[in-house]
Design a protein around this ligand. Structure first.
Ligand SMILES: Cc1ncc(COP(=O)(O)O)c(C=O)c1O
Length: 355
């Protein structure tokens, strides 16, 4: 077995892989890949998946759950188009590559973007806090966890306008107060399921209020809500595996249980990085992400030696993103504390050899 620290698509529980694999061969006598999305069997899957999202995140009344396609990348566009109101202005917090992606798509659909907070001055190694959120904008958008840079919002920004969040890389990793949001969206391929589905949790009050002159049918959330997320063929396999994963999450203590396990994993790795003279963390203090831990060697010339050691320990996916360099350990829900210990032991051994 390999220890998968990849940033996404990423590890899911082995039991989920097994059940999903079984359903490819036999799902009530057919393959899950060949059944009609209009069949009673699949409608039941979609309904259970939606109900489990609501249960896991304690979604209040007045919200709809959708499994769409296009990834979080299309979520950038969909959220901007559906939240556009008479001001045609939105506030965005710029915390890195994906936030910038969202900003670009909002501009592309004609929104005047006010970047009222940014951590670009220090290559996105912190979460901006010293800002005044604008009140004369249609909505505010932020990215809760910055997969590439390894920073994470520990609290929801205080705003007085509708709030939109890209939660692609930390959804289901901890409890969330959904009532604070108008749209939450997330690509499935981190803590939810295989790539293919994009989760939307949408406050019903926002539907049908867009002022955008450009609104293709697929991008209008009202249509998807009206059709129960079945306006067109949904990503059947991704929804099915997500449903299995949500069952597994709920059986294992829900998002509270996930948060405890994720905190233990993050503490184990950050403690090793901070104590080990061969490494330094890319992010300091409270802004550190529990999902994506970014760190660097203190002596770059030792890179080949360290790379060989972790590769020999069957660790994969540890190479850092080129925007930060060094290493990135992504520790999504399904990664075990035992896998993290394999990594911290390799780091400890590396320091002993070098020291
Ligand atoms: C925070 C965040 N937003 C957006 C994206 C883009 O997601 P997708 O590939 O689903 O379009 C990613 C991908 O890793 C991400 O981590």
């Amino acid at each position: 077995m390999k220890h998968n620290f990849g940033a996404g698509p990423c590890i899911l529980p082995q039991t989920v892989f097994k059940q999903a694999a079984d359903a490819v061969l036999d799902f009530n006598g057919l393959s899950i890949l060949e059944i009609s999305h209009r069949s009673a069997d699949f409608v039941a899957v979609m309904e259970e998946a939606q109900a489990l999202v609501k249960k896991a995140l304690n979604v209040p009344e007045g919200y709809s759950v959708l499994f769409l396609q296009g990834g979080a990348s299309l979520g950038f566009t969909i959220s901007a188009l559906n939240m556009m109101r008479e001001n045609k202005t939105a506030g965005y917090i710029n915390t890195g590559t994906w936030a910038k992606g969202a900003i670009g798509e909002a501009k592309a659909v004609g929104i005047d973007v006010n970047i009222f907070a940014s951590s670009e001055d220090q290559n996105f190694n912190y979460i901006p806090k010293d800002y005044k959120a604008p009140t004369d904008v249609d909505y505010i958008h932020y990215t809760s966890n910055n997969t590439i840079f390894g920073t994470q919002f520990q609290t929801t920004p205080e705003v007085n306008v509708p709030l939109v969040c890209d939660m692609s890389s930390d959804i289901f990793s901890k409890p969330v107060d959904v009532s604070k949001y108008d749209i939450i969206y997330a690509g499935a391929q981190k803590n939810l399921g295989p790539a293919g589905a994009t989760l939307f949790i949408v406050k019903d009050d926002i539907l049908g209020k867009s002022t955008s002159p450009f609104m293709p049918k697929y991008l209008n959330l009202s249509n998807h809500v009206a059709k129960g997320s079945m306006m067109n063929t949904p990503p059947v396999f991704s929804v099915y595996a997500s449903m299995l994963n949500l069952r597994d999450l709920i059986e294992n203590g829900g998002v509270q249980g996930a948060e405890e396990r994720n905190t233990a994993k993050a503490n184990a790795l950050y403690n090793e990085i901070d104590a080990n003279p061969m490494f330094k963390a890319a992010v300091q203090g409270e802004d550190r992400s529990k999902m994506n831990v970014t760190f660097l060697l203190t002596d770059e010339s030792a890179k080949d030696e360290f790379d060989k050691m972790w590769n020999d320990a069957a660790i994969v996916g540890l190479k850092g993103h080129r925007s930060v360099g060094g290493y990135r350990a992504s520790m999504y829900n399904a990664l075990t504390l035992d896998s993290v210990k394999v990594l911290t032991e390799v780091m400890g051994e590396f320091a002993r050899i070098k020291g």
